[in-house]
Design a protein around this ligand. Structure first.
Ligand SMILES: Cc1cc2nc3c(=O)[nH]c(=O)nc-3n(C[C@H](O)[C@H](O)[C@H](O)COP(=O)(O)OP(=O)(O)OC[C@H]3O[C@@H](n4cnc5c(N)ncnc54)[C@H](O)[C@@H]3O)c2cc1C
Length: 477
């Protein structure tokens, strides 16, 4: 099969991050040659630190791995069914993280790099593509991510006549484990939940009294922030990645109902006193020497971060391996610009993948890379490929990007925003479950759990059907 398709033109993939790496793998699995262009290490972005492919620039978490109850866990399961390289590398590099799938970031990136570098159909070129791809590249995937280099971003903007929308993502600080005071902090996962590779005691928890919490909220609000550059002013935040001090500004209780919620945890140092708020830290590397502050993305300046975060009980002497930071994001107005197969309507030889398309998150970016890879391979083979059904997580995400959003560009400011996968993107069930397996009528929260489980079961069945009926690429299914 491979020799039969060696004569076809290669698929050129620009950007070897989460999306580009997964796309390259899927195209090569289908027996098509790939040229993968990655600008690092010659030119770095503001967030990447290494020359590794699929580098994780912030958190080391792929979030929940629960396919039955959680939409991102379902996305994991679908990607595994489709032979995802990103999921394979994540699975073999997982570190304990309660119900989440978290990875050793260096091991993960090294595994992806090795698999792609050793694939006989993939050529990796370390070069920046500084403008529109040459006309003789007939089948291109652009997966250059939220930090797309300026010359390429400018060329795309000129081609699409759309101004890219920028907003802030903020990096959460990382703390050396041995600088955390364990006479104050303790290990426990919320509700003692043990996830893949976890023990039920994977998070480090720092408790706060009401007085400490109040003072902390004040300090966050008053802390010095990073100066904004002109182009960063008036840029809206994405709600899923709000800086901690912005959350604090939204209301005194906001943090206590968000990343600092004190539920499902008991302080063994003082079991009778319920903490008013809790800061959680999650393991960040395989050795267990580094822990990141969960949900503490921030735009406080470095001095303020050290001062304010060291008021957290247990972190008085914290040594920071990395402090939080600010970064821009770039994404297309995809519902208007892209067709259902992620091709630019104005220039169909150019397909987009990853965060540039308006999905949000590592897993989602890789998932859209996977779909883009399958579509590009089908194009190369002259096959028509139906995209995954909208009832699947991959199809629901694709639907959000290429058409699920109600576009208001003509009526006023554009409203398309990046989105994590969530059950709200799935078409409703024909019949919502009303009774449990025991025949009892379901109520409130039970109903919602049963609905999610039914959506997940439908998604996995429909994906199997799609793989059997539609996915005719060599080796893809
Ligand atoms: C600062 C920051 C923090 C984030 N934190 C998280 C997080 O904690 N969790 C999460 O799930 N998501 C996070 N995201 C969101 C997002 O999911 C990730 O950025 C993800 O890596 C996007 O995948 P991607 O493949 O689209 O882009 P990337 O993984 O960024 O890959 C793009 C690649 O293209 C290369 N490139 C860029 N321009 C060119 C060019 N002209 N020529 C050649 N190569 C080029 C880059 O070097 C890079 O390797 C964060 C984003 C940012 C910016």
């Amino acid at each position: 099969m491979i020799s039969a398709v060696l004569t076809t033109q290669p698929v050129h993939i620009i950007g070897a991050g989460l999306a580009g790496s997964e796309a390259a793998w899927q195209v090569a699995r289908a027996g098509i040659r790939v040229v993968l262009h990655e600008m690092r290490p010659d030119r770095m972005t503001q967030a990447h630190k290494t020359d590794g492919l699929a580098e994780l620039v912030c958190s080391n978490s792929f979030r929940s791995d629960d396919a039955a109850n959680n939409a991102v866990g379902l996305l994991h399961a679908e990607m595994r069914k489709l032979g995802s390289l990103v999921m394979r590398a994540a699975d073999v590099n997982q570190v304990p993280a309660g119900g989440a799938l978290a990875v050793d970031r260096d091991g993960f990136s090294a595994a992806v790099t090795k698999a792609l570098a050793e694939h006989p159909l993939i050529e990796i070129r370390r070069e920046e593509i500084g403008g529109l791809p040459p006309e003789d590249w007939g089948n291109v995937i652009i997966a250059t991510g939220p930090l797309t280099s300026a010359p390429l971003a400018e060329a795309i903007r000129a081609l699409t006549d759309e101004s890219a929308l920028a907003f802030f993502d903020a990096i959460a600080p990382i703390v050396h484990r041995d600088s955390i005071d364990m006479s104050v902090a303790w290990f426990q996962s919320r509700y003692d939940k043990a996830g893949p590779g976890g023990s039920g005691a994977d998070y480090l928890n720092c408790p706060m009294t009401r007085e400490q919490y109040d003072a902390f909220v004040d300090a966050l609000i008053e802390g010095e922030k990073v100066d904004f550059k002109d182009w960063e002013r008036d840029t809206p935040y994405f709600d899923g990645c709000l800086p901690i001090e912005v959350m604090a500004e939204r209301g005194r209780e906001t943090l206590r109902h968000g990343p600092m919620k004190p539920v499902g945890l008991t302080n063994p140092h003082n079991p009778l006193v319920k903490p008013y708020a809790i800061v959680q830290l999650r393991q960040d590397n395989k050795l267990g020497t580094l822990f990141n502050m969960v949900g503490f993305q921030t735009k406080l300046n470095y001095g303020a971060q050290q001062r304010v975060f060291r008021t957290i009980p247990g972190l008085e002497n914290a040594e920071f391996a990395r402090l939080g930071g600010l970064h821009r994001n770039t994404f297309l107005n995809s519902p208007k610009l892209l067709d259902p197969q992620l091709r630019l309507r104005a220039a169909p030889r150019l397909r987009f993948a990853g965060q540039m398309t308006g999905c949000e998150g590592y897993v989602e970016s890789a998932g859209i890379g996977l779909v883009a890879g399958l579509c590009a391979a089908a194009d190369a083979l002259g096959q028509a490929l139906a995209t995954p059904p909208p009832t699947t997580a991959l199809g629901a995400l694709l639907g959000h990007i290429t058409g699920g959003h109600i576009e208001t560009i003509d009526a006023g400011p554009r409203s398309f925003q990046p989105m994590n996968i969530n059950f709200g993107l799935f078409p409703p069930l024909a019949t919502a479950p009303t009774h449990g397996p025991d025949g009892k009528k379901l109520r409130g929260p039970e109903k919602s759990v049963a609905k999610k489980q039914a959506l997940s079961a439908r998604a996995l069945a429909d994906l199997d059907g799609w793989i059997g009926d539609s996915l005719k690429l060599p080796a893809a299914a």
